[in-house]
Design a protein around this ligand. Structure first.
Ligand SMILES: [Zn+2]
Length: 331
């Protein structure tokens, strides 16, 4: 009987317990493998934007027409120091470093034929500004040169390899000087489709910067002449109160369209013609003059640099700053 019980126990062990042990082991092994696979996949995803892939960039010098190959971070020393005042907060400079790196990688991936073989140019009106170390140092007081340059280098180095991504891809990281309190969407500036990470967002504290407010005061005939350079059949009856009138605003309270006599003109177009610092403006007519009172500086899309500086002063990190201006991004 004892023997019989023993066989039964062995039988139960072989039939029921042993397979389940093996299955557990096997499942664990599979789990591990699955994890490994997904980690590999993630790595592959990251690899697509692996910073080392863009270890060097080809920079087109717009003045000389020459193309220079530079290590990415060295290029960024020249860009951050050209694009943002060095006396801005350290976290704001770090945010600028990440934004400029992201912008550069986006250019490499999307506009690689814009400057022939080069990846990007040094003209802020076309791509983003860049200045050589030699020229940059000359513009600073001699006693401040080392400290200033070291601050820029540290901001870039501390963010080395970091870019802002949306769905795993480098974002089109537009930035500007001062948003006038609220940023603009892409379609209101350049038309086309909006981007999910470039929403209109508000930032406090933009008013304390010199870039916040400006004025363009033109004599009525001067205004008419400037407009005639583009619209030669334009006519304005200055005696009529509503012959100059803002017709529509964008969601961020920038001028979308404006009426000048017999023409309806886009706010972005008027900004170009009259050299206004932004499309966030109001108009006053004072005797012989037409006065444009402007808020903010730049197109208003993406990160506001002065807004970034205010956020940094209030304790935000470079990542908080970027997440504020670019909705839903990762790093
Ligand atoms: Zn360019």
């Amino acid at each position: 009987m004892k023997k019989y019980m023993m066989y039964l126990l062995i039988f139960i062990f072989i039939i029921f317990v042993l397979p389940s042990i093996c299955t557990i082991r096997k499942t664990k092994a599979m789990d591990l493998k699955d994890n490994t696979i997904s980690a590999e996949n993630n790595n592959n995803n990251n690899l697509k934007h692996e910073y080392s892939k863009y270890g060097t960039i080809k920079l087109y010098h717009s003045k000389t027409g020459q193309t220079e190959e530079l290590p990415m971070d060295e290029y960024l020393y020249g860009t951050v120091s050209a694009e943002m005042p060095v006396n801005f907060e350290f976290e704001a400079l770090k945010a600028q470093a990440i934004v400029s790196r992201t912008y550069t990688i986006y250019q490499i991936e999307h506009n690689n034929k814009k400057h022939g073989e080069a990846d990007i140019c040094d003209d802020y009106k076309c791509c983003q500004a860049w200045i050589s170390k030699e020229d940059r140092l000359k513009k600073w007081e001699e006693s401040e040169r080392d400290n200033n340059w070291n601050k820029i280098v540290k901001a870039v180095n501390e963010t080395s390899g970091k870019i802002a991504t949306y769905n795993g891809k480098a974002i089109n990281a537009f930035f500007h000087s001062n948003s006038g309190g609220i940023t603009e969407t892409v379609s209101n500036v350049w038309g086309g489709k909006n981007l999910p990470y470039l929403q209109s967002v508000e930032t406090a504290g933009e008013t304390e910067y010199e870039q916040y407010s400006s004025e363009v005061k033109l004599k009525k005939e001067e205004l008419l002449n400037k407009l005639k350079e583009v619209y030669n059949d334009i006519s304005i009856d200055f005696s009529k109160e509503d012959d100059i009138k803002i017709l529509a605003y964008t969601e961020s309270k920038r001028v979308k369209t404006i009426k000048f006599g017999n023409k309806e003109i886009a706010g972005t177009e008027i900004r170009k013609i009259l050299g206004l610092k932004s499309t966030k403006f109001s108009i006053n007519i004072d005797n012989d003059y037409v006065i444009f009172s402007v808020e903010g500086y730049g197109h208003g899309v993406g990160m506001s640099q002065t807004g970034a500086n205010t956020m940094a002063k209030n304790g935000s990190s470079c990542y908080d700053i970027i997440k504020h201006f670019y909705t839903g991004v990762d790093f």
